[in-house]
Design a binder for this molecule. Structure first.
Ligand code: ADP
Ligand code: ASP
Ligand code: MG
Length: 342
């Protein structure tokens, strides 16, 4: 695992490196069969769910190489946003909120490690806790959370979850390592809603993750949602942005599919929280998905579609808790016969 403490990664100049193997930032597949598996917040909300994710990854990895992308534990990004605004308003209560967040991750860590010492990971998690405290304390002192500072804070949700999910995979008997996307995912400086710059990002993704397809390489568990600007400052991709991370990685690596594992059976005819008899669609075109999201279906983060569509890689929506179901496939051309009216 990367020995650098998390805070020193903030200064890491990502984009100045030479292009990796493969040269130009193209979309030539490194090897067919690689799939990106992204797990959202509800899929990693509790130790039991994280273990279920590890089970899904184990069975998928038996079929071919995979890169895992994870969101923060369910609710953590919201909690971090709330803690920042409490601190910015000058209320001491930010400390309790911090303690609750630290406690939640610590409990998850203790459950997942199951009696093993895990000293390196323990030390890393403590460093992240210190970072969190420093950031919130800073916000409290200046009574302001700028978008840039907020991004540095919010990134901790995914920095923590990637390490915890990698631990669960190792417990499942798989070789796995947490990977900080700030090493290669370069964005503009629209803090809070940054867009990925494919020019510098693609060769760096290939240089860092291209080896994943080789037998015996550890499965990378990449932080979703998080990137770094050309200046090396932490940025985030907008709420729901882990989907976008998965698509960017899939495009750069020429993946066979970008699978978004979530808590519903696929893209439904309507939001299942609102319309109880909504049912999952088998297939959808990228254009139909965009249209659905214009009408408020927040099942896929909209910026996800472009990198997948441009590279011609299908997006697949699947249920972590019902892995036997096929889910919904989103691609260019969809047979009209499959279309239910949305
Ligand atoms: P994740 O945490 O896995 O990223 P999200 O909460 O971002 O999951 O997206 C999944 C949720 O999107 C579902 O739980 C569902 O309530 C909601 N949703 C809204 N519209 C739709 C739709 N048309 N089809 C499926 N899910 C939808
Ligand atoms: N954790 C981030 C959020 O809650 C990103 C994501 O879940 O996709 O928005
Ligand atoms: Mg989401």
């Amino acid at each position: 695992m990367d020995p650098l403490p998390p805070s020193s990664r903030l200064d890491r100049p990502g984009p100045a490196r030479a292009p990796g193997p493969g040269g130009a930032p193209g979309t030539t597949p490194l090897r067919s069969g690689l799939r990106i598996l992204k797990f959202g917040g509800t899929s990693v909300a509790t130790p039991d769910r994280i273990r279920a994710v590890a089970g899904v990854v184990a069975s998928q990895a038996a079929r071919g190489p995979v890169v895992v992308v994870v969101s923060a534990l369910g609710g953590v990004t919201n909690d971090l946003v709330a803690a920042a605004s409490v601190a910015a308003s000058g209320r001491e209560e930010w400390q309790e909120r911090l303690e609750r967040l630290v406690h939640r991750h610590r409990e998850t860590f203790d459950e997942l490690r199951g009696g093993e010492a895990e000293e390196t990971l323990d030390a890393e998690l403590r460093l992240l806790d210190v970072d969190l405290r420093d950031l919130l304390h800073g916000i409290f002192l200046v009574r302001e959370a700028s978008p840039r500072t907020k991004d540095a804070l919010l990134a901790h949700g995914e920095l923590l979850s990637a390490r915890l999910v990698a631990l669960a995979l190792r417990r499942e008997g798989l070789a796995a390592e947490a990977v900080d996307a700030r090493e290669f995912l370069v964005t503009d400086d629209t803090f809070g809603n940054a867009r990925v710059l494919p020019g510098p990002t693609q060769p760096q993704v290939r240089a860092r993750l291209g080896r994943t397809v080789e037998p015996g390489e550890p499965i990378p568990v990449v932080t979703g949602f998080v990137g770094a600007t050309l200046q090396g400052e932490t940025s985030t991709l907008g709420r729901g942005g882990s989907d976008y991370t998965a698509a960017v990685l899939g495009a750069a690596l020429g993946a066979e599919a970008i699978e978004l594992w979530t808590d519903v059976d696929g893209v439904m005819t309507a939001d299942p929280r609102v319309v109880p008899n909504a049912f999952p669609l088998t297939e959808l075109s990228y254009a139909e998905l965009m249209e659905l999201s214009h009408f408020g279906a927040k099942v896929v983060y909209p910026p996800t579609v472009q990198p997948a569509r441009d590279a011609g890689i299908p997006l697949v929506i699947r249920n972590t808790f019902r892995p036997d179901l096929p889910g919904t496939v989103i691609r260019h051309h969809v047979a009209p016969a499959s279309g239910a009216v949305v």
